[in-house]
Design a protein around this ligand. Sequence first.
Ligand code: GLV
Ligand code: MN
Ligand code: MN
Length: 418
Amino acid sequence: MNPTDLDQLGARILQMADQLAAHSDQPDALTVAYLTPAHRAVAAGLQRWMREAGMQMHIDAVGNVVGRYAAADPTAPVLMTGSHFDTVRNGGKYDGRLGILLPIAVVSHLHARGERLPCHLEVVGFAEEEGLRFRSSFLASSALAGQFDAQLLDRADADGVPLRDAMRAAGLPATLESITALARDPQRLAGFIEVHIEQGPVLLERGLPLGVVTSIAGSLRMVATVTGVAGHAGTTPMAMRKDAAAAAAEMLLAIERRCSQAPTLVGTVGMLGVPNGATNVIPGRCEFSIDIRAGDDPTRDAAVSDVIAACEAIAAQRGVALELQRTMRVPCAPCAPALMDLLAQCVARAGVAPYRLPSGAGHDAMMIQRLTEVCMLFVRCGNGGISHNPLETMTAADAQLAAQVFLDFIRHVPGTPR
Ligand code: GLV
Ligand code: MN
Ligand code: MN
C-alpha cells in the first residue's frame, strides 16, 4: 500500500490527524492555542508533510504554514485552500485540520503522478482561528485578507503575555509592517476553497457524506462584566444583596430566551466566572462571554440589540453595574455561486447527491471572502454531529470521498482570477 495512491488518501488523512493530536497544551485533552510549544510542534509536522508532498513551503509573519504546489504556467493565478490548526480547549482532532491535511494528501497524489494543475495551489495552515489564547479569532486569515487589527499586538493572554512578545518568542518578526505585507493581491487569486468537518448533525441525519456550503453565519461576541457588592454570605440578608453572579444568571437566561426566537439564531454563554470568588462571599464581580450568530446579519443584529437592552434592564433592576465590551463582529459570508455550482458538480460526479446547507460555525473562509470568491465542502461529522468536543469524529471513507471531490474541483477550477 502506497499512501499517495488515490484510494489510500482517506486513511492517510485520518492517520495524519491522529499524529497531530499527539501535541497538546494539556496532557489529558486536545488543546492547542496560538504559538504554544504544542502549536509549534503541529506547525512543524505540517511543514514536513508539505515538503514531502512536493510543495515549496514557508512560515509567514503570523505563523501560518503555507505550501505552494506550482502550476506548469508561472503566470497562472493562485487557488487558495486551507483551514486552521489551532483548537478550542478540549477540542476535536478534525476541526480545522481536515482542511489542511486533505489538500496535502491530494497534492502528494498529484506530485507522485507528476501532474500539474491549471492554477498554483496554495495550501494554508492558518495558525489562529479559534481565539482561545488572545480572543483574536481569525487573526491568521485576517492578515491574508489585509484586515489585521493592529491593536491585537498589544493584547495580553491570561498570563499577561502580550501577543507581540508571544510572536517574538516563536521567532516571528512581530512587526505590523511584516504582517500587513501578508495581504494578498486579489488580482492574482482564482478563489478559495475550504474543506471542513460539518460540526453538526445535518449530513449525518440525511445519510450524506458531503455537503456544499451556501453561506457562513455571521457572529458577534462580547465580554460582559457585572459589578455588584461583595459581602458576607452568612450575614447579609437576601434583600440587601447586590449579587453579580445572580444578575449574570438572569442575563444568561434572557439571552437564551431571545436567541430561541428565530430558526438560524443561536446565542451562547461559553465562559462564566466569578474572579477571585469564595464559597462564603457574595459575588462582587462576574464575567461572562456572549456569542450570538444567525444566518443573516439583520436577524443577528436585532437579537444583539434586544439582548443588550435586556441585560441593561436586569442590571438596573438589581442595582449592579454592567459593562459590555464587543470583541468581534463578523458579517455573514455568502459563498460564490459559480464555485458552489462547480463543487456541486464534483460532488455529483463522486456519486453523492449534492446537498446544499448553510454553516452555523465560523470559518477562515469568511475572512478570505473579503478578498476573493470562496466556497466550502462540508464532510459528515459522526457521533450525532458533536464538535468542539473530543468526541468529534469522522470516517476514512468520508475523507476519501472528500479528497476525490477536492481533486476533481482543483483540476477544473477556471484558471482565471476572480
Ligand atoms: C469556530 O469554531 C466557531 O466558533 O464557529
Ligand atoms: Mn472550531
Ligand atoms: Mn474550525
